[in-house]
Design a protein around this ligand. Structure first.
Ligand code: NAD
Ligand code: UDP
Length: 354
């Protein structure tokens, strides 16, 4: 794949910054658009330091149609990686309109701007949440989609919109990347996950227990039908996830000199699971973290969390077959890098660092 101009929406966020590092390391030219609603300027500054590469940044909301149109006209992206979105399930239940507006209307605004441009390559951050309570494991891409909350519905709706778009205009190549449970941080410890307030997710909660910011880990449910009774998930290292985005961009670049039957047509719209294929329980994760960090993680039995499923893990075979990507990093690397980031930045990114 040659060098591309890649527009990265939500590039200041957790997965965006890690992907930006890989995009720049691969030699691509990048431009980030982010409203910094859930991220800090320091995150982007650190990506610049880590990569020693420049990239453009526009602080704007995706729903600002004029700003997005001007950016697309000026930067002329050849591919888009679309991370920008709100992602807190509980918040989406309390404020569904805010979620549909931000995630669905934000995406429509971006797509309208792209329609006026030549760019027809699009990589979307979807989620394993679109599978709901699984009928079977491991989950493949043909598993029925059903969602249990407004956040999940925004992902499903955007998937549907992108599918319709690709059917209407065959020049599109659209990858729907369904992430399982992203964890971990860049090995440098300079960028990582920086949740606001009390973390909802397991790994940031564990790391905050390890630094002493929280007293103990509440284990949500110990009577699931799983080997040790706690919830099982497919945790994936954010660096592996970041690399999958490069593989997906690569996939959107169709070389019709080697593919039969093409006349400028794109690949259409396809979904890919991004996971390791391996399930890990809450207790296994807590133990793995203790081993790597040398810190004790006190555990407290807590009731099941509403809406949680017992087990969820991917069949990642399609990503290997069609994107040539597979996860390479294991639990030890996930825990070690999370700990490196959190211990070096116990309060997350500094507010005043630029
Ligand atoms: P994040 O909140 O760290 O990053 C999202 C970024 O998008 C933030 O920097 C935020 O400021 C920006 N943003 C949000 N709405 C915007 C808007 N309307 N205009 C401009 N910028 C906007 O989240 P993340 O964990 O990096 O997730 C990235 C994407 O991946 C999201 O779409 C999320 O739903 C999806 N995803 C995340 C997970 C996960 O566990 N982290 C799992 C599955 C899917
Ligand atoms: N979990 C937990 N305590 C916490 C946070 C999460 O026991 O403080 C459990 C949760 O019930 C699930 C797993 O850890 O079984 C992963 O939860 P997370 O919120 O990280 O991801 P989800 O799969 O729910 O999106």
């Amino acid at each position: 794949m040659g060098v591309l101009r890649i527009l990265v929406t939500g590039g200041a966020g957790y997965i965006g910054t890690h992907t930006l590092v890989e995009v720049l390391a691969a030699g691509h030219e990048a431009h980030v658009i982010d409203n910094l609603g859930n991220s800090r300027p320091a995150a982007l500054a650190r990506v610049r330091q880590l990569t020693n590469r420049g990239f453009g940044f526009t602080r704007a909301d995706l729903r600002d149609q004029e700003a997005v149109a001007a950016l697309v006209a000026g930067f002329r992206p050849e591919a888009v990686i679309h991370f920008a979105g709100l992602k807190a399930v509980g918040e989406s239940v309390a404020d569904p309109l805010g979620y549909f507006d931000n995630n669905v209307a934000g995406t429509l605004s971006l797509l309208r701007a792209l329609r006026e441009s030549a760019c027809r390559r699009f990589v979307f951050s979807s989620s394993a949440t679109v599978y709901g309570d699984p009928d079977y494991l491991p989950i493949d891409e043909d598993h029925p989609r059903r969602v249990a909350n407004p956040y999940g519905r925004t992902k499903l709706q955007v998937e549907e919109i992108l599918g319709d778009l690709a059917r209407a205009d065959p020049s599109w190549s659209i990858a729907l990347l369904r992430y399982f449970n992203p964890v971990g941080a860049h090995p440098s410890g300079r960028i990582g996950e920086d949740p606001v307030g009390i973390p909802n997710n397991l790994m940031p909660f564990i790391t905050q227990v390890a630094t002493g910011r929280r007293a103990a880990l509440n284990v949500f449910g110990t009577d699931y039908d799983t080997p040790d009774g706690t919830g099982v998930r497919d945790y994936i290292h954010v660096t592996d996830l970041a690399r999958a985005h490069l593989a997906a961009v690569d996939w959107t670049v169709v070389d019709w000199t080697v593919v039969d039957g093409g006349d400028g047509a794109g690949r259409g719209c396809a979904a890919f699971n991004l996971g390791t294929g391996r399930g890990t329980s809450v207790l296994e994760m807590a133990r793995a973290f203790e081993e790597v960090s040398g810190r004790e993680i006190p555990l407290v039995r807590a009731p099941r969390r509403r809406g949680d499923v017992a087990s969820c893990y991917a069949d990642p075979g399609k990503a290997l077959r069609e994107l040539g990507w597979r996860a390479e990093l294991g639990l030890a690397e996930m825990c070690a890098s999370s700990w490196h980031w959190q211990s070096g930045n116990p309060e997350g990114y500094p507010e005043d660092e630029l």
